[in-house]
Design a protein around this ligand. Structure first.
Ligand code: ZN
Ligand code: MN
Length: 260
């Protein structure tokens, strides 16, 4: 019998047995998107997958294969689509991918899901995908599927943010490829971080509206929106521990009866 927290490493009878025993399915939602010159394209895949893995291990859950592509990168939150290497999905494609995999797992008996989003722009299209999946399942007479959907970065203690940003937290949107993501990568995959290539420029500023297509000079050339200087493994450790601890507590609250 294979013991793995990653569902795709199980055989189908093992998957079925784990689901029958009440295992929750964690589905990380990623993206393939530029993250500045110092980070790889798969930051938004690595981070939610690592968090889902830690939470699922603690709760006896299973991590479904991470969605490797996300909804389109936006100039004010991800740098935008013009960077080489960024490869995204149309919203309908992204939503329908979520719909299809949740529906299929639901048809096969899975009843509890946690969608852990790792890419800002995935938020609303993932709500749509989940809604469509539950609608499809209801049409099949399956009404007892429950899903949580969350952004991992919302699960952080005020005290941790105050320690990291003594002058005030600039907000999640501008954190793209900046202190938070760089520090988490130093905690989880330091081999993929090139500290020497962190841009030496401050926080970007945007007007409170978008322009399509982005005019010349609107985009940050480096692709980094805030400031990654000062990133450290220690900061990444604080954030990672908050995310895992607080998401675990939330899942326990919503899905009682999980192993202690
Ligand atoms: Zn990111
Ligand atoms: Mn992103």
């Amino acid at each position: 019998m294979v013991e793995s927290v990653f569902m795709a490493e199980l055989s189908w009878p093992e998957w079925e047995a784990r689901i029958k025993a009440g295992a929750v399915i964690f589905l990380p939602l990623g993206a393939t998107e530029q993250h500045g010159p110092h980070l790889p394209l798969n930051v938004d895949v690595i981070l939610p997958t690592a968090i889902a893995e830690a939470v699922a291990r603690g709760l006896g859950g299973l991590v479904a294969p991470t969605l490797q592509y996300g909804y389109k990168s936006m100039p004010r939150s991800g740098g935008g689509q013009s960077f080489p290497g960024t490869a995204s999905l149309d919203a309908a494609t992204f939503s329908h991918t979520i719909r299809d995999v949740i529906r299929d797992m639901g048809m096969h008996g899975a009843r509890r899901f946690v969608l852990i989003n790792g890419h800002f722009e995935n938020a609303w299209p993932s709500v749509e995908g989940l809604d469509l999946a539950l609608r499809d399942l209801r049409a099949e007479g399956i009404r007892d599927v429950t899903a949580m959907r969350l952004e991992y970065w919302d699960f952080v203690k005020a005290g941790t943010l105050a320690r990291i940003f003594p002058d005030g937290f600039p907000g999640t949107e501008l954190e793209h490829a900046s202190l938070v993501e760089t520090s988490l990568m130093l905690r989880i995959r330091p081999d993929l971080v090139d500290l020497a290539r962190i841009p030496q420029e401050g926080r970007a500023s945007f007007p409170p509206y978008d322009i399509h297509p982005p005019p010349p000079g609107y985009l940050r050339e480096s692709g980094v929106l805030a400031d990654a200087r000062g990133s450290s493994r220690e900061i990444g450790e604080w954030l990672f521990n908050d995310h895992v601890e607080m998401i675990t507590a939330a899942v326990r609250r919503e899905f009682p009866g999980m192993r202690p």
